[in-house]
Ligand binder design. Structure first.
Ligand code: UD1
Length: 448
């Protein structure tokens, strides 16, 4: 660890401009919307690029705040991050001089913790802050830390930081998770690619973004393969090389725009959409009565059944892939407010990811939050414009959906949460005919 720079023990509040979305709802959306690259894929690729000193190039990178935060975090380490064109990033990690990931990065984005595995494995040490991310329940990182210890690392936790060391190389081993963790799996994968020997990860995440990361690591020369649906095996290499990769499309963004077409009673075509990764969600749309058809990489959503009151209630439960993604649960709840009957919601992945439904009730929904992980939606209720506050990324996008479906004007505070994960969301909605604007509200501190 370079001693010249002091540790940033205190979180320095940053000034951000607070913005609002102002939305005039009740207009059916029509037209085509291009789907951007996947947030949950690209953030791990940017971390993976630190496994080599050679240059890596990424295309189809979404222009979102989380990518900018990850790029800044890497630059602070001494990594060269170039952004030569829109949606293109290049990363060269030849001179990593500062193996310290501060609270400033971690507080903004949980995925900063993805730097633990690659930095530890390549450099043998890192100090990394305990991450924050969305406020959607207790989100510990114990599985990541235990996986690194199983690979032979020593990790101590002091003052909010993990101090991790691995003199010599990490050692390949069997990593058994008690349950599936997406980033836990991916952090272990990245660490194992440079470890000495054979690693087996089980049960491993089956998310498409995890497979996209495997594809990128293979291009880097890693010996990594999914050998069974829930098993990933890796034989560590001494070094990896630079590679180029086109990021897969974002299935959560696609799902969000599909719901927008449905709840406004419009007709929307998603272009460049990952139909094959959206089976569980498309099945829910079918049960509700939304006409959604796949045609290559285009998904046509016809929500005209809304006008006839033809949408039907449906019980949903989130699950790891290939189940219904927890990230698409909030938009699906907006859809279910427009379906006739009672829908039971079981959020099985995260605690507290249903709290935002109280904001939806303020817009006219009839929802009982039964407990932290269960809710009951009674539909169909007309939605009306209201003032609402965004608490996290996916709830934020869902409040926009509700406002687009509602009669009258809505003011949605906390736009920055949505910019973390959606490229140009207001522009994409406006291109579909929505009346939406992102406006400045004033300047406040992020720590408030
Ligand atoms: C990733 C996604 C996030 C998505 C989530 C579940 C990224 C950047 N984020 O988050 O959008 O909602 O998968 O699909 O890819 N857990 C522990 N200990 C740990 C790690 C996780 O108890 O060390 C728990 C979590 O609190 C949660 C469950 O495991 O209850 C699953 O979380 P996990 O799959 O790890 O989510 P993330 O990888 O953080």
């Amino acid at each position: 660890m370079a001693d010249a720079r002091p540790f940033h023990w205190e979180f320095v509040p940053e000034q951000v401009t607070r913005e609002i979305f102002r939305i005039e709802g009740g207009m059916p959306l029509h037209g085509e919307v291009p789907i951007s690259g996947s947030k949950n894929a690209v953030l791990k690729m940017l971390a993976a690029a630190t496994l080599t000193g050679e240059r890596c190039r990424f295309t189809n990178v979404p222009e979102i705040e989380d990518v900018r935060v990850m790029a800044e975090t890497l630059r602070d380490l001494g990594v060269v991050v170039d952004h030569p064109a829109p949606n293109v990033y290049e990363v060269a990690s030849g001179d990593v001089e500062w193996l310290f990931v501060p609270l400033e990065a971690a507080a903004k984005m949980r995925a900063s913790f993805m730097l633990l595995g690659p930095l530890l494995s390549r450099f043998g040490r890192v100090i990394i802050s305990n991450p924050g991310g969305d406020r959607i329940g207790r989100r510990p990182v114990d599985l990541h830390v235990e996986a690194m210890r199983t690979l032979g690392a020593t990790i101590e936790y002091r003052n909010g930081y993990y101090f991790a060391t691995a003199p010599g190389r990490l050692r390949g081993t069997e990593i058994r998770f008690p349950f599936v963790s997406v980033m836990g799996t991916e952090n272990a994968m990245l660490a194992a690619t440079l470890a000495d020997g054979h690693t087996v990860i089980r049960p491993a995440a089956q998310e498409p973004e995890t497979d996209d990361l495997i594809a990128f690591l293979q291009k880097m020369g890693a010996d990594i393969e999914r050998t069974y649906p829930d098993t990933i095996e890796i034989v560590g290499r001494r070094r990896l090389r630079g590679a180029e990769h086109h990021i897969i499309p974002d299935r959560i963004e696609a799902g969000t725009f599909a719901v927008a077409g449905a709840v406004t009673g419009g007709q929307v075509t998603l272009t460049g959409a990952p139909c094959e990764h959206m089976t569980a969600f498309l099945e829910v749309l079918g049960r509700v009565g939304v006409d959604a058809t796949c045609d290559g990489d285009r998904i046509h959503v016809d929500g005209r059944g809304l006008a006839d009151g033809a949408f039907r209630a449906s019980d949903i439960e989130t699950a790891p892939y290939p189940g219904l993604p927890t990230d698409i649960q909030p938009p699906t709840c907006v859809l279910l407010t427009q379906a006739n009957g009672v829908s039971n919601i079981h959020e099985a992945i995260f605690e507290d990811r249903l709290e935002w439904l109280a904001e939806l009730n303020r817009m006219g929904a009839d929802i009982d939050i039964v407990d932290k992980q269960h809710a009951r939606i009674r539909g169909r209720t007309p939605l009306h414009g209201a003032e609402a506050e965004i608490g996290d990324l996916r709830a934020g996008a869902s409040l926009i959906l509700a406002a687009l479906a509602a009669d009258g004007e809505s003011t949605i505070h906390g736009a920055h949460h949505v910019q973390r994960g959606y490229e140009n969301i207001e522009r994409k909605f406006a291109d579909l005919g929505a009346r939406i604007a992102r406006l400045e509200e004033g300047t406040v501190s992020t720590s408030s």
